[in-house]
Design a protein around this ligand. Sequence first.
Ligand SMILES: [Zn+2]
Length: 187
Amino acid sequence: MKRQHDPLRLDVAAFTDDGAQLSGRWPGASLTRLAEGQSPPQDVALPEVVWAAQGERRAVTAGEAELWLALQVQAPVWLTCQRCLQPYEVPLALERRLRFVRGEAQAEALDAESEDDVLALSRSLDLRELVEDELLLALPIVPRHEVCPQPLPMAVEADPLPEGEAERPNPFAVLQGLKRAKPGDGR
Ligand SMILES: [Zn+2]
């Protein structure tokens, strides 16, 4: 059995203070929650997750400096097209800007009024878990080719699904429907 990867712990306060940068690549199979929902063709390995993080301490005219973490992630994922039921590769690429503040209460208040994600500053942040959370949230709810590569058994091009047949939801849809869990919520 493969050894579990250690979490990648980040001291966010120090990282943002220094304006530090980190980047890396993770084997696709090491993000287990993301891997579980994928359906690659036989003998195809899950693609690598390529990521970069940049800390920023932004001085403001009044009050405490703002602490920001910018994330860039590229992770092709294999999903099953819900129209033709063939596996296909979805090129997930995301950029996120996360702001960190001291204290849960302030984080919640700011998160509600801000377009950016605001998280409570904790002593350490598991970067791998954060990246995986963001990727899970970025998955399409009903994965489908824009144009299926093979003709379908029935002529259903105008309406991709036969009437009365419900679309099979992506297993991640449930997760996406839930309130976004914030890393740093003390989980
Ligand atoms: Zn398809």
